[in-house]
Design a protein around this ligand. Sequence first.
Ligand SMILES: NC(=O)CC[C@H](N)C(=O)O
Length: 428
Amino acid sequence: MNPLLAKEATRALLALEDGTTFEGLSVGATGETFGELVFNTSMSGYQEVITDPSYAGQIVAFTYPQIGNYGVCAADMQSDGAALAGVIVCDMCHTPNNWRSEGTLPDFLAQRGIVAIECVDTRALTLRVREAGTMRCAISTTDLDPASLVARVKAAPSIAETNWVAKVSTPEPYDVDAKVDLDRPRRRLRVTALDCGEKRGILRGLIGAGMDVHVVPWDTPAEKILATNPDGVFLSNGPGDPRELPEPAACAEQLLGRVPVFGICLGHQMICQAAGAAIEKLPYGHHGGNQPVMNLLSGMVEVTAQNHNYGLVFDSLGELDAELSGGTEVVDAWHAANTHDLRFWSERRIAPVISTEKFGRIRLTHVNLNDGTPEGIQFLDIPAFSVQYHPEASPGPHDAVYLFEAFRRLMEGVPDYLAIDVREGRRF
Ligand SMILES: NC(=O)CC[C@H](N)C(=O)O
């Protein structure tokens, strides 16, 4: 038996869809919870992860072995509460020590009704998910019978069956004013943001780049958004299966070409679908603050924060345009090689382009170097671009924060708006 389980605490059981179970101790609310299991590799920033609305419907296992050691504080919230379904950790710290700490993570979880389990071998758990892929799971403090809990996990609904975006979006529009930098006075731009579960870090990124943001609910029609007369529209991150969200995708389709558009994560997936692209479910997604992304325009690598289970199938937009993609040799290499192999990207510098009927030419601008999946696109004939990862970090490195400045430049009509050196971007 795990010696840690000798501690005086409520027992909990974690059960996976594939029949694996882990015994542990309760470190949040008692009761039980069902959700989609994902693992997050961030070494710090657990509170930002736990309060990120994009995790609604998911149970997050932290791979970093000790969680909770610097406590929780109001300033780190990414939303009002915690929308995720549950938390799994190896070792939960009950006695945090940090000058910013205002409370402990177990109390925070218990107060918000989040069921959580500790003493789990999160390394074994993560290896399981990497082999078997994302799956449903449950944490229970009431049903400690492995066979029974596994059977109930198997009968639980999949994440795609619920509209999680509708649960986390703002019910009413609201405004956030631009942050004015007295050392760098410049025109304030007006952005309308479609809130599919927007993180506060993103709002901070937008207002920090001098934008007044008018936030509207996820199902606001495009015409209503355009009636707010914005300089640009932002499409936010959000939870759930993007293929089950026709409303925001239709909204994106109507906005593209009529106003400058920028999208992050779910917003990016909406823009891709609006352009006619297929979205696929990744084996176990990308969740963490240490994902390498190559900027195909500059050749620089950004270390980024990511949180997604789905991604763009770039080829599904159409045939590569040989002339714009660097010649037939490059296109042949693209078809012959495995673009999921890091070597493909390190051996050549290309940013392939596909011509689409609806919105003209679309260029692939960013790719994840862990698995070669496409993570950023730029429309060459209309003012729009989007990324699958998180320039706002929250938590994570700030390499990609230049993308908020790029959005500003797009709205200002700068032709090479995306051509910002990552190092220069750090100054914003
Ligand atoms: N952070 C996000 O916006 C996530 C988008 C989507 N729910 C996914 O998992 O891919």
